[in-house]
Design a protein around this ligand. Structure first.
Ligand SMILES: NC(=O)c1ccc[n+]([C@@H]2O[C@H](COP(=O)([O-])OP(=O)(O)OC[C@H]3O[C@@H](n4cnc5c(N)ncnc54)[C@H](O)[C@@H]3O)[C@@H](O)[C@H]2O)c1
Length: 444
């Protein structure tokens, strides 16, 4: 950064697990271009812990701390250029994004942008009214193999894509985690159709450079919860509300010991007294209403059809996709085994060369392509994305991976429509849900 370039002034709201990558970016490689002026959270313990961490690790001066009720005060006093929203539950994003824009700030928000159509409409309208921008951090776009797939599709390697088969698998470690926390209630997360699949639907929209038009879905919860019979089949009688107090500790394959992971212990277990946020609720409790098995059919505006399915109780985690085009087929998939759910176990181990990209040209010989690899979080996507966000000298991106309100809207609206379709049994038109959606990144 040249001396005359101004540092961007940031504040961050929501200081849980996910917020750390942004703090590390501003404390470490992107220190010269950024200032983290203040942090806001409902949980005082997590705020103080992060303040101490930034000081000890990066020599960062005391970052100003604000309680959850003082979000506006933080913006008024600290006058940031940009507010970074990393709060959870996801339902909190809408109010924080809108207020930040009304107070004159641009916004960077974690996915999902929000969880329902009316909330999405209010964000779209507020951006128009205020002239401020919202960037949605779709880190999945930045992982090298997924960018490679985008380049292949854009190059016309399989001609025009007519249909797509897309399967995403979540395992009994990472997948189960959504049934332990706030995610397990739709009013908080929109269910996995929104909370998780916003990543998948965004990838597909961006890969195809297409806007979704019509959605039909069915879904159910057949594994987690008190009413599926799975806990009984595992012999788990007399379960408690959370793992900490549970008599099934010794026999439950889902037992999570928060005290065994430094992050889960220090950020969550040791700060429960501030907010009663238990990070280890029973995956077989009655208090959940999200699905763990969903099937969705999407028709895109150009006519391309996609079938998508998500299961959250599988022995492996990852995905398999087949794009079927007028000049051939492109197959891509991976097995992801790196997520550690708290106590150090890594489910599935590491499968060598688990990521593949296979090009099957029509009337010709199939080719297994060399796959680009990346290091770090989310298949190498996190670090590339952070550089794109925080480095003012980042080159223009031909893949247009920086996502805005248009991208954030179209990705969640597939999941929102799927939720509505699951209820009504009917197809849902995206155009009936939200109006005046700005153009997504690939059309900008
Ligand atoms: N892009 C990704 O791959 C990825 C990965 C994980 C999480 N996420 C997203 O990041 C967000 C945070 O996830 P997490 O796992 O860190 O959640 P978390 O529950 O562990 O932490 C969220 C934090 O937000 C705070 N908070 C809640 N409401 C608030 C409010 N109104 N004002 C201030 N603070 C508030 C909570 O006290 C908590 O400290 C979620 O929206 C989630 O969907 C994205």
């Amino acid at each position: 950064m040249s001396p005359e370039q101004k540092q961007t002034r940031y504040v961050q709201v929501g200081i849980g697990h996910r917020s750390l990558i942004y703090a590390n970016a501003m404390g470490g490689p992107h220190r010269a271009s950024s200032v983290l002026a203040a942090m806001c959270d409902k949980n005082r313990g997590r705020l103080e812990l992060r303040q101490k961490y930034m000081k000890e690790k990066y020599g960062y001066p005391d970052i100003a701390l604000y309680d959850g009720d003082d979000f506006e005060k933080m913006i008024q006093e600290q006058k940031p250029d940009v507010v970074i929203v990393t709060a959870g539950p996801d339902v909190t994003h809408e109010a924080l994004i809108i207020r930040a824009m009304e107070l004159g700030c641009d916004v960077i928000t974690e996915k999902p942008m929000t969880i329902e159509a009316d909330r999405c409409q209010r964000i779209v309208d507020a951006a128009k009214r205020t002239g401020k921008s919202v960037r949605v951090t779709f880190n999945y776009r930045y992982s090298p193999p997924r960018s490679q797939v985008k380049e292949l599709l854009d190059s016309g390697a399989i001609g025009k894509v007519l249909s797509v088969d897309f399967e995403w698998a979540l395992d009994t470690s990472h997948g189960a985690d959504y049934f332990r926390r706030w995610h397990r209630r739709k009013e908080n997360s929109g269910g996995l159709m929104v909370h998780k699949a916003t990543h998948h639907f965004d990838l597909m929209n961006w890969w195809l450079s297409e806007k979704p038009a019509t959605v039909e879905a069915i879904g159910r919860r057949g594994f987690y919860g008190a009413d599926t019979g799975v806990a009984e089949s595992l012999g788990l009688q007399g379960r408690a509300e959370r793992c900490l107090d549970c008599s099934c500790k010794g026999s439950c394959p889902f037992y999570l010991d928060l005290s065994k992971s430094t992050e889960l212990r220090t950020y969550y277990l040791e700060n429960e007294q501030y907010d009663g946020y238990f990070r280890d609720r029973c995956v077989f409790s009655a208090d959940m209403d999200i699905e763990d098995n969903m099937n969705v059919i999407v028709r895109y505006q150009s006519g391309t059809l996609m079938s998508y399915c998500l299961n959250a109780f599988l022995p492996w985690e990852g995905y398999r996709i087949a794009f079927n085009g007028t000049k051939g087929r492109l197959e891509h998939g991976t097995v992801e085994s790196t997520y550690i759910a708290g106590d150090g176990r890594v489910q599935g181990g590491t499968i060598k060369d688990a990521t593949y990209i296979r090009l099957l040209p029509a009337f010709s010989t199939p080719q297994d392509l060399a796959v680009r690899v990346g290091e770090g979080g989310h298949g190498g996507g996190d670090d590339v994305m952070l550089a794109d966000i925080f480095d003012p000298a980042a080159p223009a991106d031909p893949l247009k991976r920086a996502a805005g309100i248009g991208d954030g809207s179209y990705s969640i609206l597939v999941g929102v429509a799927a939720n509505l379709s699951m209820k009504s049994g009917r197809a849902v038109e995206i155009a009936d849900l939200v109006t005046n959606i700005p153009v997504p990144s690939w059309e900008a």
